[in-house]
Ligand binder design. Structure first.
Ligand code: AMP
Ligand code: GLY
Length: 428
C-alpha cells in the first residue's frame, strides 16, 4: 500500500513509525511531516487543513489509503473531500468529527445514547452561565464549545476565575468563534483513562487503555498543556473495566454517530474519569490521542496499516489486535516556558546514543533541521517512549534516554507512570 499521512506532531511521528513497521505498507508520504517522520516517509510541504491542497496532492500521489492524524483537517472536511474523490480514508467525515468540533453537540449525543458523562449546559450569555456555575458549585468547569487545541478548558475552585473564563470565551477575544458558546460542566473526580477504538463506521476494535498527563509540572500542578507524557497499559483500568467501557461508552457512540447519518470511520477516542459512581466521559475526540499514541503504538504488534485500511474499507469486524505484554512509558521533552512563551531554535544533541536501544523510540513533535543540526521548533519537542517488562523498567529506560538528550531549557515531568509503578508494586 501507498499511504498518505496528514499531520506533523508527536502523534503522527508515532503513527508513521508504526505504519513503517507494517508489512502491508510499501510507501509512506507525509504532509507536512517533521524531521522524525522524514526518516520513514517522504515529506511534502502543505497545510493539512487546506482541503483543496490535500485533494490536489492526493490526486497526484494516488494513495491506497489516507491516514488523517489531527482533528482540525477532519473538522474542516478533509475526509469528506477525499472520500468524494474515491480515496480510502482513515478519519471521519466532518459530520462525525463534530463530536470533537463541538462539545455541546457531543454532550447531546451522549445524553441521547445514555452514555455516562458530567452534567452540563451550553450558554451564549454570561448571566446564564453564572447561574449554572453556582448550581454545580466548585470546582468549576468551563469549556469553549469549539476546537481550542486543548486550551479551551478551565477547571478552578475560584468563582471569579471561572466567571472570567466564561467572559473571555464569550467575548471571542482569545478563542474567536470556538468560544462563542461555552459549556459549563459538573466536576468529575477520579483517575483519568483514555480508551481509543478503531471504528469502521459500525464495528469497532479497542486499543488497550492509556493515560496521559495534561499539567505541565510534577504532581499535576501548573497549567494544562497538550500533554507531557503517557503510558500504557493502565493498572486503574484492568481488562474487565476496559471491556465495560467499550460496551457502555464507545459502542453506543459509534451507534449514535451512525444514527445521525454520520458514521464514524477512524480512531474514536474516549477520555474518561473513573469516578466513585463509575466511568464518566470527560471528552470524545475524533482521532488518536496525543501523547497516548506515543505509548500505544510501540506496544502494538498488529499491522497498523492493515487495521487502518480495514476501518476505511468497513471491514474491521472480528479483527483482533495483538499487544506486547510490555509496558510503554512516554516522556515529553518540552521547551522551557511551555505552554507559555518559549524559545525555539535550540540545538538538540544526544539522539543517536539513545536510539541504539531498540526498546527506545524518540518521536519528534516540534523539531526542525538546519543543515546537519537538529533544532527545537515548538513547545513540545520530542516524546521519548520506552518499553519494559514492568513500569519500573520502562520508566528507568525512558528517563535514562530523556536525560541523555540535551537542549537548552529542556523541561520534563519526572512522575510519568509513577503511580502505575507504585500500584503494580503494591499488587505484585
Ligand atoms: P477536555 O479538553 O474536555 O479533555 O478537558 C481537558 C482536561 O480538563 C481533562 O483532561 C480533565 O483533566 C479536565 N476536565 C475536563 N472536564 C472535566 C470535568 N467535567 N471534571 C473534571 N475535570 C475535567
Ligand atoms: N491526550 C488528549 C488528547 O489527545 O486530546
Amino acid at each position: 500500500m501507498r499511504i498518505f499521512v496528514l499531520g506533523s506532531g508527536g502523534r503522527e511521528s508515532a503513527l508513521v513509525w508504526g505504519l513503517a513497521r507494517s508489512s502491508s505498507a510499501d510507501e509512506l508520504i507525509a504532509m507536512p511531516g517533521n524531521p522524525g517522520i522524514a526518516r520513514h516517509a517522504e515529506t511534502i510541504q502543505g497545510d493539512p487543513v487546506d482541503v483543496g491542497a490535500v485533494v490536489t496532492e492526493a490526486r497526484r500521489l494516488k494513495p491506497d489509503l489516507v491516514v488523517v492524524g489531527p482533528e482540525a483537517p477532519l473538522v474542516a472536511g478533509v475526509g469528506d473531500a477525499l472520500r468524494g474523490e474515491g480515496f480510502s480514508v482513515f478519519g471521519p467525515d466532518a459530520a462525525a468529527a463534530r463530536i470533537e468540533g463541538s462539545k455541546a453537540y457531543c454532550k447531546e449525543l451522549m445524553d441521547d445514547a445514555s452514555i455516562g458523562t458530567a452534567g452540563w449546559e451550553a450558554f451564549e450569555t454570561v448571566d446564564g452561565a453564572i447561574v449554572k456555575l453556582d448550581e454545580f458549585g466548585p470546582p468549576y468547569v468551563v469549556k469553549a464549545d469549539g476546537l481550542a487545541a486543548g486550551k479551551g478548558v478551565v477547571v478552578t475552585s475560584d468563582r471569579d476565575e471561572a466567571i472570567e473564563a466564561v467572559r473571555e470565551r464569550l467575548s471571542g477575544e482569545r478563542f474567536g468563534d470556538a468560544g462563542r458558546t461555552v459549556v459549563i460542566e459538573e466536576f468529575l473526580d477520579g483517575e483519568e483513562v483514555s480508551l481509543i477504538a478503531f471504528s469502521d463506521g459500525s464495528n469497532l476494535v479497542a486499543c488497550e487503555p492509556a493515560q496521559d498527563y495534561k499539567r505541565v509540572s510534577d504532581g499535576d500542578r501548573g497549567p494544562n498543556t497538550g500533554g507531557m507524557g503517557s503510558y500504557s497499559p493502565v493498572p486503574a483500568c484492568p481488562p474487565g473495566l476496559a471491556d465495560d467501557i467499550v460496551e457502555s461508552v464507545i459502542r453506543p457512540m459509534v451507534r449514535a454517530t451512525a444514527g445521525r447519518e454520520a458514521p464514524f470511520v477512524g480512531a474514536l477516542y474516549a477520555g474518561l474519569a473513573l469516578t466513585s459512581r463509575g466511568p464518566r466521559v470527560v471528552e470524545f475526540n475524533a482521532r488518536f490521542g496525543d501523547p497516548e499514541t506515543q505509548a500505544l503504538i510501540p506496544r502494538l504488534d498488529s499491522d497498523l496499516a492493515e487495521v487502518c485500511a480495514a476501518c476505511a474499507a468497513g471491514s474491521i469486524e472480528g479483527y483482533e489486535l495483538t499487544w506486547s505484554s510490555d509496558a510503554c512509558v512516554s516522556v515529553v521533552l518540552a521547551s522551557g516556558g511551555y505552554p507559555g512563551a518559549h524559545a525555539t531554535g535550540r540545538q538538540i544533541s544526544g539522539l543517536d546514543e539513545v536510539e541504539a536501544d531498540p526498546r527506545v523510540q524518540v518521536f519528534h513533535a516540534g523539531t526542525a533541521i538546519d543543515g546537519d543540526r537538529l533544532l527545537t521548533a515548538g513547545g513540545r519537542v520530542l516524546a521519548v517512549s520506552a518499553l519494559g517488562e514492568d513500569y519500573g523498567r520502562a520508566r528507568a529506560r525512558a528517563y535514562e534516554a530523556a536525560d541523555r538528550i540535551r537542549f537548552e531549557g529542556k523541561h520534563l515531568r519526572r512522575d510519568i507512570a509513577l503511580k502505575a509503578q507504585d500500584a503494580s508494586e503494591e499488587v505484585g
